[in-house]
Design a protein around this ligand. Structure first.
Ligand code: NAP
Length: 299
């Protein structure tokens, strides 16, 4: 239980509702800011104006999945008011408290460093990234269906990067009956791809492997689907780039060549906000419980 633990949620989207629900179930004291348009009743939860004062007793401050923008803006879909995280907020936080978000931009990292405040980036944790890969793969499948006129079954798919997202996605596509080419850079990844029934290749061979692809999914967060690669793709190909912004695709060249290329960030929050919220809630509460010497469970 989180009895006596004070958590402040600042901004965010529908995912935060699951977090509020879970925290109240565990008896935490919850204050929310940036939710003035939220009608849903959460008994015991305090709605407050976003100000440093509400952080004075906080054990944890949860920011949206993206943390803050690079000017400190905290995105908040349940309010029209602008919210910013400033020095004043961090000065007001007790030194023992932690700030949580999905992924932090340099602004937030620097602000936390300056104030010696612990910053926890939940999406960096292996367990969270693997749980998140499930709605991400489903979102990628949704985008593939929406943007092609063929079935995934029987299609020739390419997945670049067999990390936490790529592996789940490749297996999901395979389960739908696609043929999978998997681009990797390590021998163990090559062996794993072979074991799973994919057709593995090493990244330097990417352009040569691209000739007969219907769907190309990239999960590698660096420029990898270059003009040289795109030049080899058939015109019917569709590129779905899942890597964090700005993605790993030369979008300008894809457009010039008439190949559909889509950057698809934040899929869990779009296709499954409830599940994505549970993943955040579970990870957040698990960390707080671990700090208290207790243990949580899977989402
Ligand atoms: P990950 O587990 O670290 O996987 C990244 C993969 O890329 C690894 O297999 C890595 O290879 C490979 N890689 C990295 N640099 C490479 C290079 N220069 N050449 C060849 N391969 C390279 O990360 P993840 O959790 O799967 O996330 C992947 C990306 O998707 C991230 O940018 C993440 O932010 C993003 N993401 C997007 C969504 C969405 O909704 N669009 C959701 C979740 C994650 P090694 O294994 O050899 O290191």
């Amino acid at each position: 239980m989180l009895t006596g633990v004070q958590v402040v949620l600042a901004g965010g989207d529908a995912r935060q509702l699951e977090v509020i629900r879970r925290l109240t179930e565990l008896d935490a004291s919850v204050t929310i800011a940036g939710f003035d348009r939220l009608d849903m009743p959460f008994p015991g939860v305090v709605k407050a104006e976003w100000s440093p004062d509400i952080l004075a007793e906080a054990d944890a401050l949860l920011l949206p999945a993206v943390g803050t923008e690079d000017d400190g803006t905290v995105s908040a879909v349940f309010t029209d008011r602008e919210m910013k995280l400033t020095d004043a907020h961090l000065s007001a936080l007790p030194k023992s408290s932690k700030i949580y978000c999905g992924m932090a931009k340099p602004f937030l990292r620097k602000l936390c460093e300056k104030h010696h405040t612990d910053l926890v980036e939940l999406f960096e944790r292996d367990d969270v990234a693997i749980y998140n890969s499930i709605p991400t793969a489903e979102g990628a499948v949704m985008m593939a269906i929406q943007n092609t006129d063929i079935t995934i079954h029987g299609s020739q798919c390419m997945v670049l990067g067999l990390g936490r997202t790529g592996l789940t996605l490749a297996r999901t596509l395979q389960g739908l009956g696609a043929k999978i080419k998997a681009g990797v850079r390590r021998e163990d990844s090559f062996a794993r791809a072979f074991e799973m029934g994919f057709e593995p290749f090493y990244m330097p061979d990417l352009a040569r492997q691209s000739g007969n692809i219907d769907l190309l999914f990239n999960t590698i967060p660096t420029m990898i689907v270059t003009a040289q690669v795109i030049a080899q793709l058939p015109l019917r190909a569709c590129i779905i780039d899942l890597a964090s912004k700005p993605g790993g695709t030369d979008f300008r060249f894809a457009e010039k060549r008439g190949i559909k290329a889509l950057l698809a960030p934040g899929l869990p929050g779009i296709v499954a906000p409830k599940t994505a919220g549970r993943i955040i809630a579970n990870s957040l509460t698990q960390i707080i419980l671990e700090d208290k010497g207790q243990r949580g469970s899977a989402p």
